[in-house]
Design a protein around this ligand. Structure first.
Ligand SMILES: NC(=O)C1=CN([C@@H]2O[C@H](COP(=O)(O)OP(=O)(O)OC[C@H]3O[C@@H](n4cnc5c(N)ncnc54)[C@H](O)[C@@H]3O)[C@@H](O)[C@H]2O)C=CC1
Ligand SMILES: [Mg+2]
Length: 338
């Protein structure tokens, strides 16, 4: 009872809870209560997508993801003679410290160029914009795209074949024929920086930009623990046996679908460390010294062709979790005895 009373008295509620707790409780209510979520949609802001490409504005070499007000949204829909109810197709992706809700909406059914000229920006493939996005916008757009994609591909119940309906926030879909509730899914992936104590192991897939190397990554198989996935992936991809491993951090990753990247460090025995690259998975893999890594960290994360035609080593951008693993490894080298 006291709990409910606090909820209904905003000033007391604000005094009793930190900004973070307030935000999380607010988002929880929006996911649980369609009525409150509908109100939030009428005062919130919107990140727009067109067939899963986010709406961005280029400022210098950076991309910014503008938040569109509900008034602008209504004006755009009016221009297309669309019912304002289309706003309810949006999905909740977060809120400001002041509890103003953020939504994402895919306007793929409307003419792209008209929206682009109206809002003076462009719908750009997320892969293209991702590394030039602001550190705040990238995770928002990445989870927004993942959620919009999940709704797009889960329109029907896989048991009855009947249409499913999303709740207003988009945190689930329900098949009303049999009551099955579907929740958005993501695939767990481990990303592992292997070290032999003095060098670290990086690899590249043929699809990476030329010169870019990263940590080893792989999807978890059903039934595996994270530790088992790390050991299996390292054995599968480079033919080495992991001796010990430890968790570092995690990150949502939007490509190719929605993954939860779980980042670990792993140690292999110093000898033998001969790599046998699985060419079905990787184009190349190799051991890199601290000096080579430090030099690569000073370089811009872009392909750089050398005189002999090869490309200089470069690493994933700063806020990719692989970059974080590499930075941690460098710190560890500096702090461990030679
Ligand atoms: N942040 C970074 O620096 C890096 C991120 N990644 C990401 O890690 C993820 C996994 O890396 P990979 O080496 O490609 O994985 P991987 O080593 O498991 O190989 C990919 C293969 O696994 C199979 N697979 C099993 N479960 C799958 C699922 N749920 N979805 C898709 N394929 C599945 C498919 O046959 C696919 O071709 C990718 O999403 C990739 O984008 C990969 C390398 C670096
Ligand atoms: Mg892999």
């Amino acid at each position: 009872m006291i709990y409910q009373g606090v909820y209904r008295t905003p000033s007391l509620w604000c005094r009793l809870h930190s900004t973070y707790v307030r935000k999380m409780r607010y988002l929880f209510k929006l996911k649980e209560d369609d009525g409150i979520c509908r109100q939030a949609q009428n005062s919130g802001t919107f990140y727009l997508f067109h067939n899963l490409s986010p709406f961005v504005k280029k400022v210098g070499s950076k991309y910014l993801a503008p938040q569109i007000s509900v008034a602008e949204m209504k004006s755009i829909l009016g221009k297309f003679k669309q019912n304002e109810q289309m706003i309810e197709d949006s999905v909740l992706i977060g809120c400001s410290d002041e509890c103003m809700a953020y939504f994402a909406l895919d306007l793929g059914s409307l003419e792209k160029s008209v929206i682009e000229s109206e809002l003076r920006g462009s719908f750009t493939e997320l892969r293209k914009a991702f590394f030039q996005l602001d550190g705040k916008d990238a995770p928002l757009l990445s989870s927004a795209q993942a959620l919009l994609r999940w709704h797009d591909t889960h329109q029907y119940c896989s048991k009855t074949g009947q249409p499913t309906q999303k709740n207003l926030a988009g945190s689930k879909r329900v098949c009303h024929t049999n009551g099955i509730i579907y929740y958005p899914q993501m695939s767990p992936v481990v990303i592992t920086l292997v070290s032999d104590g003095s060098r670290c192991l990086l690899a590249r897939q043929a699809s990476f930009p030329k010169g870019m190397y990263s940590a080893l990554a792989g999807f978890c198989d059903v039934g595996e623990t994270l530790e088992e996935t790390v050991r299996r992936e390292v054995a599968e991809e480079v033919g080495l046996e992991v001796e010990s491993l430890w968790y570092s951090a995690s990150q949502h990753w939007p490509f190719p679908n929605s993954s939860l990247m779980i980042a670990c460090h792993a140690l292999v025995q110093p000898q033998p460390t001969k790599i046998s690259v699985n060419k079905l998975e990787l184009e190349a893999a190799g051991w890199f010294s601290l000096e080579e890594i430090m030099e690569a960290l000073r370089r811009e994360p872009n392909p750089l062709k050398q005189e002999d035609g090869s490309f200089s080593l470069f690493l994933p951008p700063k806020w990719a979790i692989a970059h974080q693993l590499i930075q941690e490894w460098v710190k560890l080298q500096a702090s461990s005895p030679a």
